[in-house]
Design a protein around this ligand. Sequence first.
Ligand code: FPP
Length: 248
Amino acid sequence: MAEAVVKDAGAAPELAPPQHVAIIMDGNGRWANSRGGSRSDGHRAGTQNLRTVVETFSRHGVGYLTLYAFSTENWRRPGHEVRVLFDLLREVIIREVRDLHDSGVKIRHLGRLDRLSDELQTLVRQSMELTRHNTGITLSVAFDYGGRDEILNAVRGIVADGVPLEDVTHELLERYLHTRDLPDPDLIIRTAGEMRLSNFLLWQSAYAEFYTTDVLWPDFGEHEALAALSAYGQRRRRFGRAPAESRH
Ligand code: FPP
């Protein structure tokens, strides 16, 4: 016991919980494959854990959670699969938004809305409107989102507004991004063992900690969320600075 105390005395303190966690939900297809199901079954299963994931991160002090549900590149998937993903977004909104609202969750959408059906656009807008005064965790769903698309649009907006060159700063550009009122992600989680950003939050992830797990997205629940938070707590973030204890 005394030894543990001495050891702890020298250990660097754990980081505070991340303010913003962003997740690349991967492995739905593999999850379904391993059970002899269709990819659609995998995507559907990947919506069953959403409430648990939101609740767990919220309970552990995370203020912003962003989920990458459909990328600008996912249009390259077969039409049937694209339709399933769009139907699931609709189902999730109809099934979950009331409860999320009752729990104080604020809902945001990141990405393009113009390629969604009129009905989906209305549902997304209504969810944001309904929850916009909530003060709990902000849940952003990135749907038809691409980091390059977002940056390109920001540049177009700046040019269209005739902003003078000397006024184009980091802060100004950030005001033209979909994430304009969100803090940068502190922790990006990717499931299913992949180690790519896949066009997710390219500008915002500059100093994010990256965490990957072999767990497939439909199996990601409270235990996995806590494991990710615990791994984050052990990281040392320097934002380009030299380590505090180093000699010069
Ligand atoms: C990647 O798995 C997952 C996606 C492209 C879609 C993620 C969507 C959901 C979890 C459901 C919708 C969620 C919301 C919030 C509406 P993959 O299909 O690439 O898996 P694989 O790499 O194993 O094939």
